[in-house]
Design a protein around this ligand. Structure first.
Ligand code: PLP
Length: 354
């Protein structure tokens, strides 16, 4: 059983052990059961995960209510992003993205020589879904639409019903890559995974998932794609041989069934978010409504100077996210870590430094 809300575990970071709030990792660490599964797998890791990969495929297929042949395991969702773009890149393809989103889509699209079509955001960095649709409709060639929901670095969501009819209308030459890395942290009831659309037979969606976030397995590198059988076959041609981290596969299998840990993992983030919301409100810093394990707020001073100040107090926060250069992304650590962070921020405010 897990002890919530863990407000007792006060942290005392130092230069060698800073509070790491810069990569949207899960500060709790893995489920103890999953950790044990990874440890137990080490002595067998001289072998490929030939027997275990089909088991994880099967487990994930059940989770998303699709057939096993509709799942492709990848080396984190980063590999899923790369392979999905590679599989649909033709010489005149454009990648359509909001101007502020996770960078891997653009990064890989550039490598595959795609045109990049960035759609300006609405106030407070909201995704302009109508603008994105227009960007597809106004283009003659094929489009890859990469939507991150919840979005990174904004931490916000859009309701699936806002894109459902567009996807179901099967726009010509258009494939939707929907990256739901942070879905399990969402509280907004209007949010839904697009997995049910894939289960219903929509053939123009590639859903990308990861074990790096709610499962706290970023270093073990397990992700996957969910799509139609045909899309999965297409994407499979671009993965590095379906050879996955043996320990990662075993840990993922165990973590899938550790519902108590997953519940705890989400609740810990809810507690941490509340601590952060309180301090941001008290300090008068505008922030977006976070549905993830990180928050996006207006930087109180120049972002670089803010980052330095926090670093001097052993807190590492997010980098620049152009074009939102006046905003700061801060990942949500454990509640104990966030109490430390909140104290430091209040102290800096009292001293007039922020
Ligand atoms: N997608 C999003 C939206 C992310 O924020 C990240 C990592 O931060 C990834 C994908 C890639 O994660 P991984 O390759 O560890 O699954």
């Amino acid at each position: 059983s897990y002890n919530l809300p863990m407000l007792d575990k006060v942290v005392t970071p130092d230069v060698n052990n800073p509070v790491r709030l810069n990569f949207n990792e899960n500060a709790l660490g893995m489920s103890p059961n999953a950790k044990q599964a990874a440890i137990n797998a080490v002595p067998k890791a001289n072998r490929y995960a030939k027997a275990e990969i089909p088991l994880l495929n099967k487990r994930l297929a059940k989770h998303h209510n699709v057939d096993e042949s509709q799942i492709l395991l990848t080396d984190g969702s980063s590999e899923g992003i790369r392979c999905s773009i590679a599989a649909y890149a033709k010489p005149d393809t454009q990648l359509v993205i909001p101007e502020l989103t996770y960078g891997d889509g653009e990064h890989f699209a550039k490598i595959y020589n795609l045109r990049i079509n960035k759609v300006p955001c609405l106030p407070d960095w909201q995704m302009d879904l109508n603008g994105i649709q227009k960007a597809v409709e106004n283009y003659k060639g094929p489009s890859i639409v990469y939507l991150v929901n919840p979005n990174n670095p904004t931490s916000t969501v859009f309701a699936t019903k806002e894109i459902e009819s567009w996807i179901k209308s099967k726009p010509k030459n258009t494939i939707f890559i929907v990256d739901e890395a942070y879905a399990e942290f969402v509280n907004d009831p209007a949010y839904k995974s697009v997995d049910y659309l894939i289960a219903q037979g929509c053939e123009n969606i590639i859903l990308l998932k990861t074990f790096s976030k709610i499962h706290a397995m970023a270093g073990l590198r397990v992700g996957y794609a969910v799509s139609s059988i045909e899309n999965i076959e297409n994407i499979t041609r671009y993965v590095a041989g379906e050879k996955l981290n043996y320990c990662g596969v075993c840990a993922a299998l165990t973590s899938m069934d550790d519902q108590a840990f997953l519940t705890y993992s989400k609740k810990a983030v809810d507690v941490s978010r509340q601590i952060m919301e309180n301090v941001l409100s008290d300090l008068g810093l505008h922030y977006l409504k976070s549905e993830t394990n990180f928050m996006f707020h207006k930087s109180p001073i120049d972002l670089k100077a803010y980052r330095e100040l926090m670093k001097n107090n052993f807190i590492l926060i997010g980098r620049d996210f152009a074009p939102a250069t006046e905003w700061c992304r801060i990942s949500l650590g454990t509640p104990g870590e966030m109490l430390y962070v909140a104290n430091i921020m209040r102290g800096l405010k009292e001293k007039g430094k922020i």
